[in-house]
Design a protein around this ligand. Structure first.
Ligand code: NAI
Length: 356
């Protein structure tokens, strides 16, 4: 039995629930970082090498959700589920998600979830028939996440070049899935150049048909393109001590959660980026659009575009303040954002309960 509190990612989490069911092949963890009565966080289905990897991902991502929620002014606890893709694939996908939904349901609304990498809209519909504690069936979170990413890019361009205009700027987008694909669509008309890479080459071919001017490059080379903005929209840890030495950009702003690899050495990756003069838009600040949209659905039943866009506009103001403070104090923007989030969490009523 794994002990969550033995891992460096453990941060006084309120609750960690192991999930296992032989018949469906379901295995994974639900992690609740802060228990606010209702804790929100999506469900990821991934080919984890071990239970330890899945648990550590759930711990890391649920913590990030608390920070995201705090900076967005949404007083929910952060949570996340990490499900392990069975080695031979899922035999009965409907059964797999129905079984998972019953675990979610057993938490009686303490955990409310939606889609992340590997979970489809159809999976959400299957779950929705088993539990009310699944959201995101009435909005397209990836679209709103992309709206926020483009907004964050504009704020960063303003900070670095004195103008938020996309016109004439160049971009390298790592991962053209649900979010990255939408970002390409939003930048395409005005951008001077857009390089893209995805390990799934079929996605690249399909996108190239829609947007013929995009330039496909191998995944191993996407981060080192000479561009204004690198946009990581794939998986965690894209920016590490080695990969950042290859960057030839002024700005990094993308949707992937936990973009900065954490290795507990000093100076950390965020500080190294800052020292290199590369402006990093903190992931959980700029990728809040999807979260805002599902919270709008959760609170109001029927999501409203104008309400969601207004909150994304608030994020742009928060990001401007983070960049200004970073410049003033000569401190990495991710460190500034963490401090703001921690002080907001300190003040908020969301509880931390005993860890299991
Ligand atoms: P997705 O699964 O639709 O797209 C990810 C894409 O990245 C896939 O096409 C995959 O083939 C590609 N990929 C994986 N490794 C790669 C690599 N090394 N190089 C290039 N491409 C690679 O996922 P989605 O929804 O677009 O999310 C992207 C990232 O944004 C994830 O980290 C997710 O956690 C984060 N995010 C997504 C939100 C959403 O609303 N969908 C909200 C907030 C964060």
């Amino acid at each position: 039995m794994l002990q969550p509190n033995r891992f460096p990612e453990f941060d006084g989490h309120a609750l960690v629930v192991p999930i296992a069911d032989k018949k469906s092949g379901l295995r994974g963890f639900i992690a609740i970082h802060r228990d606010g009565g209702t804790s929100l966080g999506a469900t990821r289905l991934w080919r984890y090498d071990s239970e330890t990897d899945a648990l550590r991902d759930a711990l890391r991502l649920s913590r990030l959700m608390s920070y995201k929620s705090a900076v967005a002014g949404l007083n929910y606890g952060g949570a996340k589920a990490a499900l392990m893709l069975p080695p031979g694939g899922i035999k009965d996908r409907k059964l797999f998600f129905e079984t998972y939904a019953s675990f979610v349901d057993s938490l009686n609304g303490q955990f409310v979830t939606g889609t992340d990498v590997g979970v489809t809209d159809e999976d959400v519909r299957v779950m929705r028939r088993k539990t009310p504690f699944v959201i995101g069936s009435k909005v397209d979170p990836a679209y709103y996440t992309a709206v926020g990413i483009v907004g964050g890019i504009e704020v960063a361009l303003q900070h670095v070049f004195g103008s938020p205009s996309i016109k004439g700027r160049s971009f390298a987008i790592q991962g053209i899935g649900k979010v990255g694909g939408n970002v390409v669509a939003m930048l395409y008309r005005e951008a001077q150049k857009i390089y893209v890479a995805d390990t799934d080459t079929a996605k690249v071919s399909a996108l190239k048909k829609k947007f013929p001017r995009i330039i496909a490059v191998p995944s191993s080379l996407i981060l080192e393109q000479s561009v204004d903005v690198v946009v990581p929209c794939a998986l965690s840890g894209a920016l590490n001590r080695r990969s950042i030495t290859k960057l030839k950009c002024r700005i990094v702003a993308g949707s992937a959660n936990n973009q900065l690899a954490r290795d507990h050495r000093k100076p950390d990756v965020g500080t190294l980026l800052h020292r290199r003069g590369i402006l990093y838009a903190p992931d959980y600040v700029v990728n809040v659009g999807g979260f805002v949209s599902v919270v709008d659905e959760f609170v109001h039943g029927k999501p409203a575009k104008q309400r969601i866009l207004k909150k994304i506009g608030n994020m742009k103001k928060a990001l401007t303040a983070i960049f200004d403070a970073s410049a003033e104090m000569n401190e990495a923007p991710d460190a500034v954002a963490d401090r703001i989030a921690e002080s907001l969490m300190e003040k908020s009523a969301v509880r931390r309960t005993a860890a299991i």
